[in-house]
Design a protein around this ligand. Structure first.
Ligand code: SF4
Ligand code: SF4
Length: 91
């Protein structure tokens, strides 16, 4: 699936999207980032159906560029937790 395009035609979570979301959550390196807050259980902010965190507002560095999800999907942005998903930032 393409992180910079759309979730799917219906706006719902197709099987492919669900699998991709789970993989993103498994591989996400956000918990090791200085910007991430320990209490924020949600990660994978780059993913189209996740997007920015409701808790994080202070940008203190972003390690997305070394994340396997970032590299595998040729993502181009960063600070997804504060600025929104790849799709939102590609707007
Ligand atoms: S690119 Fe960033 S937000 Fe996306 S999974 Fe990797 S560390 Fe998490
Ligand atoms: S999106 Fe970037 S800045 Fe935000 S927690 Fe993940 S690695 Fe850190």
């Amino acid at each position: 699936m393409d992180f910079a395009q759309t979730v799917d035609e219906t706006g719902g979570l197709s099987e492919e999207v669900s699998e991709s979301r789970e993989k993103t959550l498994d591989l996400c390196t956000c918990p090791g980032c200085p910007t991430h807050l320990d209490g924020d259980w949600l990660v994978g902010y780059c993913f189209p159906t996740i997007g920015s965190s409701e808790s994080i507002s202070n940008e203190a560095g972003c390690i997305c560029g070394n994340c396997p999800v970032y590299l595998e999907n040729d993502l181009e942005h960063g600070y997804y937790c504060t600025r929104g998903s790849e799709l939102e930032q590609s707007g």
